[in-house]
Design a protein around this ligand. Structure first.
Ligand SMILES: [Fe+2]
Length: 288
Protein backbone atom coordinates (compact mmCIF):
# COMPACT_ATOMS: atom_id res chain seq x y z
CA UNK A 1 0.00 0.00 0.00
CA UNK A 2 1.27 3.49 -0.79
CA UNK A 3 2.11 5.96 1.92
CA UNK A 4 0.97 9.56 2.28
CA UNK A 5 3.08 12.05 0.34
CA UNK A 6 0.73 15.07 0.26
CA UNK A 7 -2.76 16.08 1.43
CA UNK A 8 -4.12 15.12 -1.98
CA UNK A 9 -2.49 11.68 -1.89
CA UNK A 10 -4.71 10.63 1.03
CA UNK A 11 -7.72 10.43 -1.29
CA UNK A 12 -5.98 8.01 -3.70
CA UNK A 13 -4.88 5.76 -0.84
CA UNK A 14 -8.37 5.85 0.73
CA UNK A 15 -10.15 5.05 -2.54
CA UNK A 16 -7.67 2.23 -3.26
CA UNK A 17 -8.57 0.67 0.11
CA UNK A 18 -12.24 0.51 -0.96
CA UNK A 19 -11.73 -1.34 -4.22
CA UNK A 20 -12.72 -4.79 -2.90
CA UNK A 21 -16.26 -3.71 -1.96
CA UNK A 22 -18.48 -6.42 -3.43
CA UNK A 23 -21.68 -4.40 -3.72
CA UNK A 24 -20.94 -2.19 -6.74
CA UNK A 25 -23.54 0.44 -5.91
CA UNK A 26 -22.22 0.72 -2.34
CA UNK A 27 -18.69 0.96 -3.73
CA UNK A 28 -19.47 3.79 -6.11
CA UNK A 29 -21.57 5.71 -3.57
CA UNK A 30 -18.95 5.57 -0.81
CA UNK A 31 -16.07 6.33 -3.19
CA UNK A 32 -17.98 9.31 -4.57
CA UNK A 33 -18.90 10.54 -1.09
CA UNK A 34 -15.27 10.20 0.00
CA UNK A 35 -14.10 12.22 -3.00
CA UNK A 36 -16.58 15.00 -2.26
CA UNK A 37 -15.64 15.04 1.44
CA UNK A 38 -11.92 15.26 0.67
CA UNK A 39 -12.57 17.97 -1.90
CA UNK A 40 -14.67 19.86 0.67
CA UNK A 41 -11.87 19.71 3.27
CA UNK A 42 -9.22 20.82 0.78
CA UNK A 43 -11.31 23.55 -0.81
CA UNK A 44 -12.14 25.06 2.57
CA UNK A 45 -8.82 24.24 4.28
CA UNK A 46 -10.89 22.92 7.19
CA UNK A 47 -9.29 23.64 10.58
CA UNK A 48 -9.05 21.03 13.33
CA UNK A 49 -11.48 23.04 15.45
CA UNK A 50 -14.01 23.20 12.63
CA UNK A 51 -13.66 19.47 12.05
CA UNK A 52 -14.24 18.79 15.75
CA UNK A 53 -17.32 21.05 15.64
CA UNK A 54 -18.69 19.17 12.60
CA UNK A 55 -18.27 15.82 14.35
CA UNK A 56 -19.99 17.23 17.46
CA UNK A 57 -22.93 18.24 15.26
CA UNK A 58 -23.28 14.68 13.92
CA UNK A 59 -22.99 13.17 17.41
CA UNK A 60 -25.55 15.76 18.56
CA UNK A 61 -28.17 14.85 15.96
CA UNK A 62 -27.88 11.21 17.03
CA UNK A 63 -28.20 12.09 20.71
CA UNK A 64 -31.19 14.38 20.08
CA UNK A 65 -33.03 11.55 18.32
CA UNK A 66 -35.46 9.62 20.49
CA UNK A 67 -38.84 7.95 20.60
CA UNK A 68 -40.79 11.04 19.49
CA UNK A 69 -38.24 13.01 17.54
CA UNK A 70 -35.83 12.34 14.70
CA UNK A 71 -33.14 15.02 14.53
CA UNK A 72 -31.27 13.13 11.79
CA UNK A 73 -34.23 13.50 9.41
CA UNK A 74 -34.50 17.16 10.44
CA UNK A 75 -30.83 17.74 9.63
CA UNK A 76 -31.28 16.28 6.14
CA UNK A 77 -34.42 18.44 5.77
CA UNK A 78 -32.91 21.81 6.74
CA UNK A 79 -29.96 21.22 4.41
CA UNK A 80 -32.39 20.73 1.50
CA UNK A 81 -31.17 17.15 0.93
CA UNK A 82 -34.48 15.40 1.72
CA UNK A 83 -36.28 17.67 -0.72
CA UNK A 84 -33.62 17.06 -3.38
CA UNK A 85 -33.85 13.27 -3.07
CA UNK A 86 -37.64 13.44 -3.18
CA UNK A 87 -37.62 15.72 -6.23
CA UNK A 88 -35.17 13.73 -8.39
CA UNK A 89 -37.05 10.51 -7.67
CA UNK A 90 -40.56 11.82 -8.32
CA UNK A 91 -40.59 13.88 -11.49
CA UNK A 92 -43.99 14.22 -13.08
CA UNK A 93 -44.65 14.36 -16.80
CA UNK A 94 -44.24 18.16 -16.90
CA UNK A 95 -40.89 18.00 -15.13
CA UNK A 96 -42.28 19.28 -11.84
CA UNK A 97 -42.75 17.17 -8.74
CA UNK A 98 -45.88 16.14 -6.92
CA UNK A 99 -43.89 14.61 -4.09
CA UNK A 100 -42.58 16.22 -0.93
CA UNK A 101 -40.56 15.02 1.99
CA UNK A 102 -41.96 12.54 4.51
CA UNK A 103 -40.99 14.62 7.53
CA UNK A 104 -40.36 13.23 10.99
CA UNK A 105 -43.97 12.63 12.13
CA UNK A 106 -45.48 9.89 9.97
CA UNK A 107 -46.76 6.94 12.01
CA UNK A 108 -47.69 3.57 10.59
CA UNK A 109 -51.15 2.08 11.07
CA UNK A 110 -53.22 5.24 11.45
CA UNK A 111 -56.93 4.35 11.95
CA UNK A 112 -58.82 3.13 8.86
CA UNK A 113 -61.67 5.61 8.36
CA UNK A 114 -64.99 5.76 6.55
CA UNK A 115 -65.86 8.23 3.78
CA UNK A 116 -66.09 11.73 5.27
CA UNK A 117 -65.03 10.66 8.76
CA UNK A 118 -63.73 13.35 11.12
CA UNK A 119 -60.13 12.69 12.20
CA UNK A 120 -60.28 15.45 14.82
CA UNK A 121 -61.11 13.12 17.73
CA UNK A 122 -60.00 15.42 20.54
CA UNK A 123 -61.86 18.72 20.85
CA UNK A 124 -59.20 21.35 20.10
CA UNK A 125 -61.42 24.15 18.78
CA UNK A 126 -60.20 25.63 15.51
CA UNK A 127 -61.79 26.02 12.07
CA UNK A 128 -63.67 23.02 10.66
CA UNK A 129 -62.17 21.69 7.44
CA UNK A 130 -63.36 19.49 4.59
CA UNK A 131 -60.77 17.89 2.33
CA UNK A 132 -61.64 16.31 -0.98
CA UNK A 133 -59.33 14.96 -3.62
CA UNK A 134 -58.87 12.68 -6.56
CA UNK A 135 -56.14 10.14 -7.25
CA UNK A 136 -55.25 9.59 -10.90
CA UNK A 137 -52.67 7.55 -12.78
CA UNK A 138 -50.16 8.95 -15.28
CA UNK A 139 -52.88 8.90 -17.98
CA UNK A 140 -55.23 10.90 -15.75
CA UNK A 141 -57.48 7.87 -15.18
CA UNK A 142 -59.03 7.59 -11.67
CA UNK A 143 -57.36 5.13 -9.29
CA UNK A 144 -60.01 3.33 -7.23
CA UNK A 145 -59.18 1.56 -3.97
CA UNK A 146 -56.04 3.59 -3.23
CA UNK A 147 -55.24 4.21 0.44
CA UNK A 148 -54.87 7.89 1.33
CA UNK A 149 -52.99 8.17 4.63
CA UNK A 150 -53.25 11.70 6.06
CA UNK A 151 -51.72 13.40 9.08
CA UNK A 152 -51.50 17.03 10.14
CA UNK A 153 -50.85 19.35 13.04
CA UNK A 154 -53.40 20.96 15.36
CA UNK A 155 -54.71 24.58 15.09
CA UNK A 156 -51.75 25.57 17.27
CA UNK A 157 -49.22 23.52 15.31
CA UNK A 158 -48.70 20.32 17.31
CA UNK A 159 -48.85 16.71 16.11
CA UNK A 160 -50.59 14.40 18.57
CA UNK A 161 -47.34 12.73 19.59
CA UNK A 162 -45.97 16.15 20.67
CA UNK A 163 -49.05 17.17 22.61
CA UNK A 164 -50.33 15.56 25.82
CA UNK A 165 -53.77 17.14 25.24
CA UNK A 166 -54.43 15.07 22.10
CA UNK A 167 -55.43 11.44 22.11
CA UNK A 168 -53.33 8.81 20.40
CA UNK A 169 -53.55 9.02 16.57
CA UNK A 170 -55.56 12.27 16.66
CA UNK A 171 -55.52 14.13 13.30
CA UNK A 172 -54.36 10.96 11.55
CA UNK A 173 -56.36 8.58 9.39
CA UNK A 174 -56.40 6.36 6.32
CA UNK A 175 -59.13 6.66 3.69
CA UNK A 176 -59.90 4.59 0.61
CA UNK A 177 -60.68 6.12 -2.78
CA UNK A 178 -64.03 5.32 -4.38
CA UNK A 179 -64.68 4.07 -7.94
CA UNK A 180 -63.94 7.58 -9.28
CA UNK A 181 -60.61 7.76 -7.43
CA UNK A 182 -62.02 10.27 -4.93
CA UNK A 183 -61.57 10.60 -1.18
CA UNK A 184 -63.18 12.84 1.42
CA UNK A 185 -62.41 13.53 5.06
CA UNK A 186 -63.19 16.16 7.66
CA UNK A 187 -60.96 17.64 10.32
CA UNK A 188 -59.83 21.01 11.66
CA UNK A 189 -57.58 23.42 9.81
CA UNK A 190 -53.89 22.88 10.68
CA UNK A 191 -51.53 25.69 11.61
CA UNK A 192 -47.92 26.09 10.59
CA UNK A 193 -45.40 25.10 13.22
CA UNK A 194 -41.74 25.49 14.02
CA UNK A 195 -39.45 22.53 13.40
CA UNK A 196 -37.88 21.45 16.71
CA UNK A 197 -35.27 24.04 17.70
CA UNK A 198 -33.95 22.57 20.95
CA UNK A 199 -31.25 20.45 19.27
CA UNK A 200 -28.26 21.02 17.00
CA UNK A 201 -30.49 21.82 14.00
CA UNK A 202 -32.13 24.69 15.91
CA UNK A 203 -28.70 26.00 16.80
CA UNK A 204 -27.68 25.93 13.13
CA UNK A 205 -30.89 27.72 12.04
CA UNK A 206 -30.25 30.46 14.63
CA UNK A 207 -26.64 30.86 13.46
CA UNK A 208 -27.96 31.26 9.91
CA UNK A 209 -30.69 33.72 10.94
CA UNK A 210 -33.34 31.40 9.51
CA UNK A 211 -36.80 31.18 11.07
CA UNK A 212 -38.01 27.65 11.94
CA UNK A 213 -41.65 28.02 10.88
CA UNK A 214 -43.05 25.61 8.33
CA UNK A 215 -46.04 26.86 6.33
CA UNK A 216 -49.29 25.10 7.30
CA UNK A 217 -49.81 21.83 5.43
CA UNK A 218 -51.45 18.43 5.39
CA UNK A 219 -49.32 15.32 4.82
CA UNK A 220 -50.50 12.65 2.40
CA UNK A 221 -49.12 9.19 1.69
CA UNK A 222 -51.01 7.54 -1.17
CA UNK A 223 -50.58 3.89 -2.05
CA UNK A 224 -51.99 1.05 -4.08
CA UNK A 225 -50.28 -2.14 -5.25
CA UNK A 226 -48.81 -1.56 -8.72
CA UNK A 227 -48.01 2.12 -8.02
CA UNK A 228 -45.09 3.91 -6.45
CA UNK A 229 -46.05 5.20 -2.99
CA UNK A 230 -46.65 8.96 -3.27
CA UNK A 231 -45.46 10.88 -0.22
CA UNK A 232 -46.44 14.50 -0.31
CA UNK A 233 -47.79 17.59 1.47
CA UNK A 234 -50.32 20.20 0.42
CA UNK A 235 -49.54 23.69 1.66
CA UNK A 236 -51.90 26.50 2.63
CA UNK A 237 -51.81 29.15 -0.11
CA UNK A 238 -52.51 31.87 2.47
CA UNK A 239 -49.46 31.10 4.64
CA UNK A 240 -46.80 33.83 4.80
CA UNK A 241 -43.96 31.30 5.04
CA UNK A 242 -44.58 29.49 1.73
CA UNK A 243 -41.37 30.86 0.22
CA UNK A 244 -39.23 30.47 3.33
CA UNK A 245 -40.04 26.90 4.40
CA UNK A 246 -37.08 25.88 6.60
CA UNK A 247 -37.13 22.38 5.06
CA UNK A 248 -37.70 23.47 1.41
CA UNK A 249 -40.80 21.36 0.83
CA UNK A 250 -42.95 23.70 -1.25
CA UNK A 251 -43.24 23.30 -5.02
CA UNK A 252 -45.88 25.15 -7.00
CA UNK A 253 -47.96 22.01 -7.61
CA UNK A 254 -48.25 21.52 -3.86
CA UNK A 255 -49.79 24.83 -2.94
CA UNK A 256 -53.45 24.11 -2.24
CA UNK A 257 -56.34 26.54 -2.12
CA UNK A 258 -57.59 26.43 1.46
CA UNK A 259 -60.80 28.38 0.89
CA UNK A 260 -63.15 29.49 3.66
CA UNK A 261 -66.80 29.05 2.69
CA UNK A 262 -68.49 32.39 3.46
CA UNK A 263 -71.84 30.77 4.34
CA UNK A 264 -70.61 28.01 6.70
CA UNK A 265 -67.18 29.26 7.79
CA UNK A 266 -65.75 25.85 6.85
CA UNK A 267 -62.31 25.69 5.26
CA UNK A 268 -62.46 23.62 2.07
CA UNK A 269 -59.54 22.10 0.23
CA UNK A 270 -59.78 20.18 -3.02
CA UNK A 271 -56.60 18.68 -4.42
CA UNK A 272 -55.72 16.00 -6.99
CA UNK A 273 -52.70 13.73 -7.08
CA UNK A 274 -50.99 11.60 -9.73
CA UNK A 275 -49.68 8.10 -8.98
CA UNK A 276 -46.83 6.66 -11.07
CA UNK A 277 -46.81 2.97 -11.97
CA UNK A 278 -44.15 1.09 -10.01
CA UNK A 279 -43.45 -0.97 -6.95
CA UNK A 280 -45.33 -0.16 -3.74
CA UNK A 281 -42.58 0.32 -1.15
CA UNK A 282 -43.28 2.10 2.15
CA UNK A 283 -40.64 4.10 4.00
CA UNK A 284 -39.54 3.13 7.49
CA UNK A 285 -41.55 5.21 9.98
CA UNK A 286 -39.34 7.87 11.61
CA UNK A 287 -41.23 7.38 14.90
CA UNK A 288 -43.14 4.31 16.12
FE1 LIG B 1 -45.69 18.37 8.93
Amino acid sequence: MSLITSPESILDITVAAMQSTEDQRLKSLIVSLTKHLHQFVLENQLTELEFERALQFIVGIGQATGANTNEVVLAADILGVSSLVSTINNLDLDGGSYAALLGPFWRKNAPLCAWGENISRTDLGGQAMEVRGRIMDEFKRPVAGAIVDVWHSSPVGFYENQDEHQEDMNLRGRFQTNADGEFFFTSIRPAGYPVPTNGPCGELLRAQKRHPNRPAHIHFMISKPGYKVLITQVFDSTDQNLESDPVFGVSKQLVGEYLTDAATGICKLNHSFLLQAGEMVFPAPPIP
